[in-house]
Design a protein around this ligand. Structure first.
Ligand code: NAD
Length: 373
């Protein structure tokens, strides 16, 4: 008698083998919280399809496999050996990202890696180097860049109607209990809300403003008693002279309508959760230009951009170099927190040299997440 797992695997093998759609075939690695959004994104996806899912917790992988009619695996090596995927999305905790992504690229698979790309610059640089050597496409998943209103705002700014940009304001502030989650374990996450939500903020700053010249982080009260920061403010300045103010928190109940406001000398854009508006300072009224944040749409657009980039049909919106720049800037935000002062952003900086940020660097197990299982 065969087990139910073997039965389902055989049935779905037949389905996967019959695929003649020409869509890029993806494997999902990690079947936890964010994987649930990816599976919604794959529904109605025109350029890609999900054919396999792997998780150390095989039951979690099997639940997704049942729903998506695809194969499930308990180990990445077995998924790779299965031979049915062209690319993978890595949705595991951050400490695991470099090792998993490198293994996938060495097996000639293209990779979308969830943010934060890596908890340190050393891991990020190794991923970039392997991507260059193997020729495999590598990107960091950073959903806000794929929100339609964010892309529209970028076009509005490019048209020049806002004049010269002056101020970038962003907040990702949501109350969430992190006491029992890996996000508050530095050896797994690399830090607290700065690396977690702040990875999105830094990517948006780079997208709208280009490179940054300096950054300062300030930490707030640790009301949840976490080992890592749970509330922080980032101040930054772009090379082009724009001031950036970012509020990040896992601890506050503060829900503003917009998460990103950009002000220029002649007007402003405000990108909201439910709608986005812009204003020319010569007129009183705000003009609506979009319907706000749609998470599943953003994930789907990201997968489609990646799939088309692999096919050579369009450029990749977030390159591996962008991902490394994001890791470098986050590392400098932590350096600023440690020094309690502004820190210049230069390419020469290596967070790997910063013993404060990752004090247990040489003593933690290779994959502390597996130790938790
Ligand atoms: N883009 C977003 O909006 C967003 C939101 C939440 C999380 N994330 C990111 O997604 C990633 C995962 O976060 P999550 O909240 O889904 O975590 P999670 O803990 O809910 O899920 C992670 C899953 O990975 C599995 N896993 C761990 N190591 C593995 C390995 N070596 N091989 C196979 N499976 C393994 C775990 O068993 C678990 O099921 C993180 O990088 C996180 O920062 C992004």
């Amino acid at each position: 008698m065969i087990s139910s797992r073997k039965r389902s695997t055989r049935r779905f093998t037949t389905l996967a083998a019959k695929d003649t759609s020409g869509k890029l075939r993806f494997g999902l690695i990690g079947a936890g919280a964010i994987a649930q959004t990816y599976i919604q994104a794959f529904e109605h996806c025109s350029a890609a399809r999900l054919v396999a899912v792997a998780d150390l917790r095989i039951e979690a992988a099997q639940r997704i496999a049942e729903r998506m009619r695809c194969r499930s695996y308990d180990r990445i090596e077995r998924m790779i050996a299965g031979g049915e995927i062209d690319a993978a999305i890595v949705c595991t905790p951050p400490i695991t990202h470099p090792e998993i992504c490198i293994r996938l690229m060495e097996a000639k698979l293209h990779v979308i890696c969830e943010k934060p790309f890596s908890i340190d610059l050393d891991g990020a640089n190794r991923m970039l180097e392997i991507s260059r050597r193997t020729g495999m496409k590598l990107t960091m998943a950073s959903k806000f860049r794929y929100v339609e209103d964010v892309i529209r705002a970028k076009s509005i700014i490019a048209s020049g109607v806002l004049g010269e940009l002056v101020l970038f304001e962003n907040e990702f502030v949501h109350r969430v209990d992190m006491t029992a989650r890996w996000n508050s374990r530095r050896e797994i996450s690399g830090g607290g809300v700065i690396i977690d939500n702040g990875a999105h903020s830094v990517d948006l700053m780079h997208y709208f403003l280009g490179p940054l010249s300096e950054i300062q982080a300030v930490e707030g009260r640790r009301a949840q008693g976490l080992q890592v920061e749970e509330t922080a403010c980032l101040l930054a300045r772009s090379v082009s002279g724009v001031i950036c103010k970012v509020d990040l928190s896992w601890g506050l109940c503060r829900q503003h309508d917009s998460f990103l406001n950009i002000y220029g000398t002649r007007g402003a854009v405000s990108i909201g959760w439910k709608k986005s508006v812009r204003r020319d300072f010569a007129h009183q009224e705000w003009i609506r230009f979009g319907s706000g944040y749609n998470k599943v749409q953003a994930f789907r657009s990201q997968i489609e951009n990646f799939a088309r980039a692999v096919r050579g049909q369009e450029p990749l919106l977030i390159t591996a170099d962008d991902a490394v720049a994001s890791v470098r800037t986050i590392g400098l935000a932590y350096e600023s927190l440690r020094q309690n002062q502004w820190v210049k952003i230069t390419n020469a900086f290596s967070p790997g040299q910063n013993s404060e940020r990752d004090p247990s660097r040489n003593t933690v197990p290779r994959n502390p997440y597996e130790v938790l299982q």
